[in-house]
Design a protein around this ligand. Structure first.
Ligand SMILES: NC(=O)c1ccc[n+]([C@@H]2O[C@H](COP(=O)([O-])OP(=O)(O)OC[C@H]3O[C@@H](n4cnc5c(N)ncnc54)[C@H](OP(=O)(O)O)[C@@H]3O)[C@@H](O)[C@H]2O)c1
Length: 112
């Protein structure tokens, strides 16, 4: 039997990431749902299960924390021989509105 294609989506516990995860799971991908917060991730997995999607699994990952990224990678390496799709969705918009002449560098770096 052909193995399911795999996908990791960061920041997938809500918003566009969640919807992308849902749609990929629906078409048969095995989806690793990335969440920096474990309880939000568990809730998102529960929502997927309630939608009848059981081919979704939580991976804790904070994209600004190198040790978290390494742990997620190690976890995936144990589970699968390859990742077919990586969607780097996680992100923040920063405080709004962002006035170009007064927005501080620290906030800009955080968003970047
Ligand atoms: N929606 C738009 O109109 C729009 C426009 C332009 C760009 N984007 C970008 O598209 C992406 C998704 O947008 P969205 O509207 O779905 O945003 P959202 O609802 O705020 O979701 C963002 C997701 O990213 C996660 N996240 C934030 N920082 C993270 C980090 N350091 N490590 C791991 N996860 C992190 C959040 O986790 P928590 O739940 O823990 O906060 C959340 O799951 C973002 O990168 C956003 O900047 C969106």
């Amino acid at each position: 039997m052909k193995a399911k294609k795999t996908a990791l989506i960061t920041g997938a516990n809500q918003g566009l990431g969640f919807e992308t995860a849902r749609q990929l799971a629906k078409i048969g991908y095995y989806v690793y749902l990335g969440s920096r917060d474990k309880s939000s991730g568990i809730e998102a997995i529960q929502k997927m299960n309630d939608l009848g999607l059981n081919n979704v699994e939580l991976i804790e990952i904070d994209v600004t924390d190198i040790s978290s990224i390494k742990s997620a990678r190690q976890m995936l390496e144990i589970k699968i021989p390859q990742l077919d799709v990586l969607i780097n969705n996680a992100g923040i918009a920063g405080e709004q509105p962002q006035n170009l002449s007064s927005y501080d560098m620290e906030s800009l770096r955080k968003v970047f």
